[in-house]
Design a protein around this ligand. Structure first.
Ligand SMILES: *[C@@H]1O[C@H](CO)[C@@H](O)[C@H](O)[C@H]1NC(C)=O
Length: 330
């Protein structure tokens, strides 16, 4: 099923009825074969598994009351199988519940959320990490709030382990971090310790870090990289590069929002070159004012590969294809 905003599957369906009419009945087995293959290949191309990350700049109940803002946010999150929202201020869950009910109005997918507690140094800036995920495509298997002693993060990373039959990697952990700009370098470096903790806890080295790291524009320079283990250790791959601009403001050009994965195994199951900024202002033709209303950052995203084609096909599908082929040959 597609989102209410893009309808490629409808187009595909429309191709067939007219051609069926003109086909001679002896071509039926071929037609069956072709449609099954189309179905399979189609599923392969339209599916894929999208992970997104977005700093929503103090998304609280006041913001959730703004209809237009929630509608825009709904269109952004609806594209994603998992969407990490950072900087959510929602102690009583009213803001996220209102976003969830907006998402679940459409009869395509159903969404749920898993949130951290409020994190921060000052009572009037306590932020939550919230993962919103599609219940049809992914399960949450566990969650973990990292705690350093002495505390080295302003907002300590929050990790969630996911399991999905729709991805080739199957089981992976996502770790959220919104750094404090003035100590971004130290916090990004300490993600290495978080990696060790998380991968040991779940006995799973498929770990992805995402969030607004402030990894650029004075907060992190090129020469800082030698002090960051996520750069010096080659097992980590930075999927959003240093030249990417994740800020909405035309006057700034900063790669703040990042996605980093650990390990060859995980990297292999990521769609090559799929990590990018989602410039929803351009895609959805929204004015700068509407874009800035949600946040001064853009979301970033990456696609995970689907399981291999044949593994995805059910035995009955394989049997049908096989019999169609045999039928054609006779
Ligand atoms: C979620 O977990 C249930 C129960 O273990 C399983 O049947 C289902 O296939 C899982 N869903 C996905 C999308 O992996």
């Amino acid at each position: 099923m597609e989102s209410p905003f893009s309808k490629p599957s409808l187009k595909r369906l429309h191709v067939y009825p007219s051609s069926i009419m003109s086909w001679h009945s002896s071509h039926l087995p071929i037609l069956v074969l072709v449609s099954f293959l189309t179905l399979l290949v189609g599923r392969e191309t339209v599916s894929g598994f999208r992970i997104c990350s977005y700093n929503v700049h103090k998304f609280d109940f006041q913001k959730a009351l703004k209809y237009r803002l929630v509608h825009t946010l709904t269109r952004i999150v609806y594209r994603c199988d998992i969407c990490l929202l950072q900087n959510v201020v929602d102690p009583d869950r009213r803001a996220i519940n209102s976003l969830l009910s907006s998402l679940n109005r459409y009869d395509g997918y159903n969404y749920k959320s898993v949130s951290s507690k409020g994190l921060g140094n000052s009572p009037d800036d306590m932020q939550q990490y919230v993962f919103i995920y599609r219940t049809q495509t992914v399960n949450v298997t566990d969650r973990y709030q990292y705690e350093s002693k002495p505390r080295t993060f302003v907002r300590e990373p929050f990790a969630v382990q996911f399991q999905s039959e729709n991805t080739a990697i199957k089981k992976f952990a996502l770790v959220a971090l919104h750094t404090e700009p003035t100590q971004a370098v130290q916090e990004i470096d300490q993600l290495y310790d978080v990696f060790e903790k998380v991968s040991k806890k779940w006995n799973n080295a498929n770990v992805m870090f995402l969030g607004d790291f402030h990894a650029g524009c004075g907060y992190m320079t090129r020469s800082d990289k030698k002090n960051i283990r996520l750069f010096t250790n080659s097992k980590f791959s930075w999927l959003i590069g240093d030249k990417v601009d994740t800020t909405v403001n035309t006057g700034t050009n900063c790669p703040f929002e990042r996605i980093v994965v650990h390990g060859k195994a995980f990297l292999k199951e990521i769609t090559p070159f799929s990590a990018k900024v989602y410039n929803f202002g351009k895609e959805l033709k929204l004015s700068r004012t509407k874009v800035m209303e949600v946040s001064e950052n853009y979301p970033v995203e990456v696609m995970l590969k689907s399981p291999a084609l044949l593994l995805q096909a059910t035995p009955i599908t394989i049997l049908l294809i096989f019999s169609a082929v045999v039928h054609c040959l006779l």
